[in-house]
Design a binder for this molecule. Sequence first.
Ligand code: NOJ
Length: 556
Amino acid sequence: MKKIWWKENVIYQIYPRSFNDSNADGIGDLRGIIEKLDYIKDLGVDIIWLGPSFKSPNDDNGYDISDYYDIMDEFGTMADFDELLEGLHSRGIKLLMDLVVNHTSDEHNWFEESRKSKDNPYRDYYCWKPPAADGGPPNNWISFFAGSAWEFDELTGEYYLHLFTKKQPDLNWENPKVREEVYKLMRFWLDKGIDGFRMDVIPLISKRLDFADGEVSNFTNLIANTYSNGPRVHEFIHEMHQEVLQHYDIMTVGEGPGITKEIGNLYVGESRKELSMIFHLDHMFMDYGDKGKFYPKPITLPNIKKIFNEWDEATGEDGWVSIFLDNHDFARIVSRFGNDKEYRKTSAKMLSILLLTLRGTPCIYQGSELGMTNVNFDSIEDYRDVETLNLYEEAKANGEDMEAFMKAIHEKGRDNVRTPMHWDDSENAGFTKGTPWIKLNPNYPEINVEEALADSNSIFYFYKKMLAFRKEHSTFVYGKYKDLDPSHEKIYAYRRSDENKTFVVVLNFSSETVDFKLPEYYGGLELCISNYDIIDNGDLENIKVMPWEGRIYLKK
Ligand code: NOJ
């Protein structure tokens, strides 16, 4: 397998709006991040993925860009950006920016021009269609964020496509001028010295030009078969590689809604010359009901393992993925996969073992290193996320059971991960001296950076230890992965091995003590890492794995 820095590094995702506010306007900003660079360095990560920071009216918190060449007013100035980049590089940390080019804001000058007339030079920058025979939208496509994916524009009597909100019109990648504009803006940022891009919904850029109806009764299928992996997607990404990416020593990670394991390597196979890696979303979408994320189905540990196992096998020696267990769009890692009540600390530590020892480039979301949890706001008024609010309104209009819907928001809503970072136990957790743009999680007096740094047994120090441990053992980067007991309902046990070393990882995904018979290597294992102080390391043929315990053994 090819050895390269971006397989060895670990990413830390910053959602700037919620990280640290330096100017008391209630919104996190770039200078706020600059103030915390030593904290990030101390944790031991290598790369920052900075959420979208370009000019934006913030209908979708920056994922709606109105100017790709400037910084969002709330986040600061280009000078602040340059200082941030310099501050990261001087600490040996790289920077990825969020490339959002499936769509722009409707306030982008291209769209403002485009909507003016059918013969405007920018008309073809977007996807315009005449109404269907009945005057309705051109097809049955629905937006990720509720309602039709088409918006009628009175001025020219046509509909434009928006797979996200109506303020996020989809670009028309068929138009070579659009592609040129994208390559140009990419060069602008790369020439400033950034180290790569996280590419927002990149498999969505090539549209199916017959615009045929899709299977709207199952949202996951609709994404995979109708919105994602369009006929020219590989041609476009390959062209981007030829025109831009290959000329820089950088990495790219594509967000992969709709990319299945069968076709993953078409995006990331080495010979393809497309992307360095993708975030596949199977373990994030696995509990979506037919109508999407707010109609969740239960998940089991064997389901989760199956996804990781199949992806690992499918990418093999040729492709590469990023491993993540939460980000700014999904529930908190410890609330979703662990036990955020009586075993919060223990399960958060155990999950860090999983995150940092599967095969792929790990991506840690801000606050996971503190064990931050989901937030359960009682009232919909306290939510800010456009997806949550739109889908709530839609459900209400449909007369659905709103108590169940609110429960689903508590479990799955994006604001769970967007409440401000907890720095200390002072007012607003030290995040802002003003009024925060979204309420804080009320548990910040117990869960915060100050507390974590003062406790040598904290989740923070466990992450730090795990990050250093991973760095020491390249087996966790390049070594093979093998699930040792795929059907076990409570234990996730796997082996990572290369020509030099073999490690065995045993993780308990339950709040019970489990007697686990190790399938291999009885007697010949040395314990390297555990999230329990005192553990029974006696009988390896029958280990008592404590609730949410995680262990790493080295084969002797
Ligand atoms: C995926 C991003 O992660 C999400 O936050 C955003 O709302 C959509 N893409 C649209 O850009």
